[in-house]
Design a protein. Structure first.
Length: 219
């Protein structure tokens, strides 16, 4: 367990696309595992989101989790886990959605977190946020070093630059790169290989249970 000291409480903002357009690169995986239907894909996206939100809600330095979404199923799931939802009023993509969610945050310390981190542990997130508390803006790159899984801001604008090469974009705009022993925080899921790595790290209960149901017996 990490020592959290007197670090301020954080508002964590998580974006959740409409299920029909989320994680399209994972559609072949649900087909291979035995359910290529839209419902099977949607269930996987919801499981990834739910395990991420649950870890954030359980994080000891997080005061609130805000999910920006217009999807009714995602809204129901995350509210049941203790998150608050706001509609994606800008409806102009990921970065405007995160800025909108950050404006609704309760305090001066805000973090944008990817929605597809099924192996995230609450104490991993806490350790990263403790490290980020000393900087106006900071970020954690993904396992490949090119994307971003966490962007933080304390007393200043979030200024999200998610998208291709977002790690370089965040660094170029003054955010400080952070590194630490938080493997679940680095492993977002875009591909079959990403998901298998997350499972090997120890994915959350919803992703693990769903993959157990979808996987053909003996696979």
């Amino acid at each position: 367990m990490c020592s959290h000291g007197s670090v301020r409480s954080w508002s964590v903002v998580i974006p959740a696309k409409r299920l029909a357009v989320a994680k399209t690169r994972l559609r072949p995986l649900t087909a291979v595992l035995g359910d290529g239907s839209p419902a099977g894909h949607d269930a996987l996206v919801l499981a990834l989101l739910a395990d991420t939100v649950a870890a954030a809600v359980a994080c000891p330095v997080v005061a609130e989790v805000v999910v920006v979404t217009d999807d009714p199923a995602a809204t129901d799931v995350v509210r049941g886990l203790g998150a608050r939802t706001v509609a994606d009023v800008p409806d102009r993509g990921l970065n405007p959605a995160l800025e909108h969610g950050a404006r609704s945050a309760a305090g001066p310390a805000v973090a944008a977190l990817s929605s597809d981190l099924p192996a995230l542990r609450p104490d991993e997130l806490a350790a990263a946020l403790v490290a980020a508390a000393g900087f106006p803006r900071a970020f954690v790159a993904d396992a490949q070093g090119t994307g971003t899984t966490l962007l933080t801001a304390v007393g200043t604008g979030l200024d999200p630059q998610f998208g291709p090469a977002s790690a370089d974009a965040h660094r170029a705009r003054g955010a400080v790169p952070l590194a630490g022993d938080w493997p679940g925080l680095l492993r977002d899921v875009d591909t079959d290989a990403d998901l298998r790595t997350a499972l090997a790290l120890g994915a959350g209960p919803r992703t693990t249970a769903l993959l157990g149901r979808l996987r053909p017996s003996g696979a």
